[in-house]
Design a protein around this ligand. Structure first.
Ligand SMILES: C=CC1=C(C)c2cc3[nH]c(cc4nc(cc5[nH]c(cc1n2)c(C)c5CCC(=O)O)C(CCC(=O)O)=C4C)c(C)c3C=C
Ligand code: FE2
Length: 490
């Protein structure tokens, strides 16, 4: 099972039993109608409140312009599908044994929504700096002490401006933008079809944390569509404060203030790296890729996970590292069960800035392995389920080159899961299993001590911004910052 949070997590047995009862009562033999919902939602208002005057984000909720195609293979396509919102299923049913907290569901009609949470990425090179601004302005990404929180936005402006040229180079080398939106849309479509095949018609929404379509837009659409029960599925297998934690905080802030949302039964699947379907799908991909080597038995399986600063784990209690290690253990156990007994190792990539990140670092380990005489290596990206800049540029280009220079002769890389049918089918099962535990959202922040300051008055805000800008400029001149700029930041 996956970990559902804040809403009374049931035991595995209880979950699966109630899931099947839930399905037969509600859907058996009842007619369903599918409605296509317009995808062009009103992002303007959301943007005004999000970016204030710092980040001149232009409005575009249009389709992805990425020229690349990371094709997904949904088993079957049915019905028209919009840009972001997918065919809606309206199901009539007779009985529903809801709790007091589920009062909105005690109606004759239930409309289930699934909200996929993801990071988002710049669609074009012009989007890179404002995307980076949104990322660095997130207090779950740059965790400043409470006293210095007012520096967050000026610092984000500074760092995003300084980092943008390097990031742009990266995005230019993979076709001029991130493939994330396109792939996530395809995953949403595949998930909708998989759920339909399991007789659970749903609307699937995509909510990105740092770029379009923003989580706020998706939630507005969920309200408009009068969804009565929601499953939140972050597309990160392992939980981190910086990923799932950050997106859930956005939801909690929205749900806390809104009468409709605060009563809606919601189930959040906090992490799902331990699900059998996910582990098996990863093992399938690894096994298949190993076969492309001349001597598959001699290949080192090299898991490369996105890093986080060490302080997240040691000071803030981020379970990310533990979950990552357990995930690798489960994948290797499954491979062993299949008779694949290769050596393996785990390292962390993509560090940014002057602080210590989780170790060992991918680049250092690659060099060491080369020096130790490892000749064949299979890289396995493990913290994310779509191709993105860090697989396509960092692993496929930078790390490959480094590995070959370091003496590794045979290089391979396992593709991201994207829309692998067994994986999507397992996500669909995770959604079905999460449905019975949906209750009104707990809006107490989870694993995040960040408070919302969006309602402060404009004068305080401008004052803090100006003061912050001056301090950020001074900080820029400090020796530590200069070192950071020469290192990983730029
Ligand atoms: C599980 C996955 C991820 C974790 C954990 C994570 C933490 C984290 N990331 C940054 C800084 C950056 N991340 C960037 C891109 C990026 N990050 C992830 C995933 C995780 N990040 C993905 C999938 C992507 C790529 C999106 C895409 O467009 O394809 C970037 C921008 C790219 C770049 O300039 O390198 C930055 C910056 C921090 C600081 C952090 C933890 C605190
Ligand atoms: Fe990242």
């Amino acid at each position: 099972m996956s970990q559902a949070v804040g809403f009374g997590v049931a035991s595995p047995m209880k979950l699966s039993t109630s899931a099947s009862r839930h399905m037969s009562v509600k859907f058996n033999g009842l007619s369903r109608s599918f409605v296509c919902v317009s995808s062009q939602s009103e992002s303007q208002d959301i943007e005004k409140s999000r970016s204030l005057s710092f980040s001149p984000l232009d409005n575009k909720t249009n389709a992805v312009r990425s020229s690349q195609s990371f094709l997904c293979n949904p088993v079957e396509k049915r019905g028209a599908v919009g840009d972001r919102i997918y065919a809606a299923g309206t199901v009539a049913y007779d009985t529903f044994s809801g709790t007091a907290a589920e009062s909105q569901s005690n109606t004759a009609e239930e409309k289930i929504g699934v909200l996929l949470l993801n990071l988002g990425g710049p669609d074009t090179l012009n989007d890179v700096q404002p995307f980076l601004y949104n990322l660095f302005a997130d207090p779950d990404i740059i965790r400043l002490p409470r006293l210095f929180r007012f520096l967050q936005r000026p610092l984000a402006q500074l760092i995003s401006t300084l980092r943008a040229p390097k990031s742009k180079e990266g995005y230019a080398s993979i076709g001029g933008g991130s493939p994330l939106r396109k792939i996530t849309d395809e995953q949403a479509e595949s998930l909708k079809l998989a759920l339909e095949e399991k007789e659970v018609p749903v609307n699937v929404y995509v909510g990105m944390r740092y770029w379009y379509p923003f989580t706020e837009e998706a939630v507005e659409q969920i309200k408009k569509d009068k969804i009565t029960k929601l499953v939140v599925l972050p597309l990160y297998p392992q939980f981190s404060i910086s990923t799932t934690g950050s997106s859930v905080r956005v939801l909690q802030n929205m749900f806390r203030e809104d009468p409709y949302l605060s009563r809606m039964p919601v189930s959040i699947i906090k992490s799902w790296y331990q699900r059998e379907g996910y582990i098996q799908s990863m093992a399938d991909l690894i096994e298949k890729e190993l076969e492309t080597f001349t001597n598959p038995d001699e290949v080192m399986i090299f898991f490369s996970a996105h890093g986080v600063p060490v302080s997240y784990v040691t000071d803030a209690g981020d379970p990310y590292k533990d979950q990552m290690e357990e995930c690798i253990h489960l994948i290797m156990q499954e491979l062993k069960r299949r008779g694949v007994a290769n050596d393996h190792t785990l390292a962390y990539q993509s560090r940014v800035g002057p602080v210590q990140w989780l170790q060992p670092y991918t680049d250092k380990v690659l060099v060491e392995l080369g020096e130790r005489g490892v000749k064949s290596l299979l890289a396995v990206p493990v913290s994310f389920v779509s191709e993105h800049i860090e697989t396509l540029e960092e692993i496929d280009m930078e790390y490959r080159e480094l590995a070959l220079e370091s003496g590794i002769e045979n290089w391979g890389r396992v593709p991201a899961l994207n829309c692998t049918p067994s994986f999507i089918s397992d996500l669909a099962d995770a959604v079905i299993e999460a449905l019975p535990s949906a209750t009104a959202m707990n809006t107490t922040p989870m694993n995040s001590s960040v408070e919302d300051d969006s309602d402060q008055d404009p004068i305080t805000y401008v004052f803090k911004f100006l003061l912050g800008s001056v301090l950020a400029f001074l900080l820029l001149l400090s020796p530590k910052m200069v070192k950071a700029l020469k290192g990983n930041l730029l």
